[in-house]
Design a protein around this ligand. Structure first.
Ligand code: FE2
Length: 274
């Protein structure tokens, strides 16, 4: 059920509404969509992203694409001794922009250079994880509100590769505590999903910190079981769109000796969650 591959779509050309609607439906049904064989300029990639909503440049502004800041360059390549992109981005289960009032609707990657292994993102299905919860648990958690902050609650060591990408002091000034429901109705389908039970979720309103953390940890253990997970290997010239409401995701820890470069755009939802 997780993931759909759609061949014969050329994203360098504007998609008509029928073609876009088919991709959007596939995203809602299958949670991520792979569109292989693309050759895109920065402007063409941004134009496709804007079909989904408003792109939001990443808080880390050191690796924005020179032609368009909506594109974040992810890369382990160095040029003249300097990294050309962000090396590690979210190697723990999380969902994008859950540390913002208006979180991400979808994230879109375009693969430029990939190692032969094609190690890809691991996705965890939060729609199914919620559906499988016992009725008593659903009753207990429906209506709870979670406090989020930029970071990985399981790893705050800035020297680790599994910490959230480290912010500069000025970037840290741009992020603050935000609130989201623990169970979210998908804005486009209405289907309930566990939301961001791993990553930026640190506390639950109305519970002491330790009890809230314990509940989040319990839900994370449930929601990231192998039966909910699927790892998508990447080819070169793939475009991947994933749904940040229905999925958690974790990037692979890559081999730093093998070049890997991708462009990423994150598109926000239309409104805050609360
Ligand atoms: Fe991410």
């Amino acid at each position: 059920m997780l993931g759909a591959r759609i061949d014969d779509v050329d994203l360098s050309q504007p998609l008509d509404d029928v073609a876009f609607d088919a991709v959007e439906q596939a995203l809602h049904d299958h949670c991520f969509v792979v569109l292989p064989g693309q050759t895109l300029s920065a402007a063409q990639f941004v134009a496709f992203a804007k079909r989904w909503g408003r792109p939001e440049p990443h808080v880390i502004d050191r690796f924005h694409h020179p032609e368009d800041p909506n594109i974040l360059i992810l890369s382990n390549v160095h040029r003249d001794g300097q990294p050309i992109g962000l090396v590690d981005a979210g190697t723990y289960f999380h969902t994008d922009y859950s540390y913002l009032d208006i979180p991400a609707r979808c994230t879109i990657l375009y693969t430029i250079q990939m190692p032969p292994s094609g190690a890809g993102t691991t996705f965890a299905n939060q729609r199914q994880a919620y559906a499988d919860l016992p009725a008593a648990t659903k009753k207990r958690i429906d209506g709870l509100v979670v406090r989020h902050h930029y970071g990985n609650r399981d790893d705050l060591d800035e020297s680790s590769r599994t910490v959230a990408s480290v912010l500069t002091d000025s970037e840290k000034q741009k992020v603050d505590w935000v609130r989201h429901p623990l169970v979210r109705r998908h804005p486009h389908t209405g289907v309930p999903c566990l939301y961001a039970v791993s990553g930026s979720s640190f506390e639950i309103e109305g519970m002491d910190v330790a009890s809230g953390r314990a509940l989040l940890d319990e839900l994370k253990s449930h929601a990231t079981q192998p039966r909910y997970c699927h790892t998508n290997p990447y080819g070169i010239a793939d475009v991947i769109v994933w749904d940040n409401v229905q999925l958690l995701h974790a990037a692979p820890l890559t081999d730093l000796s093998q070049a890997r470069t991708m462009w990423r755009i994150t598109v926000t939802e239309a409104a805050a969650t609360l």
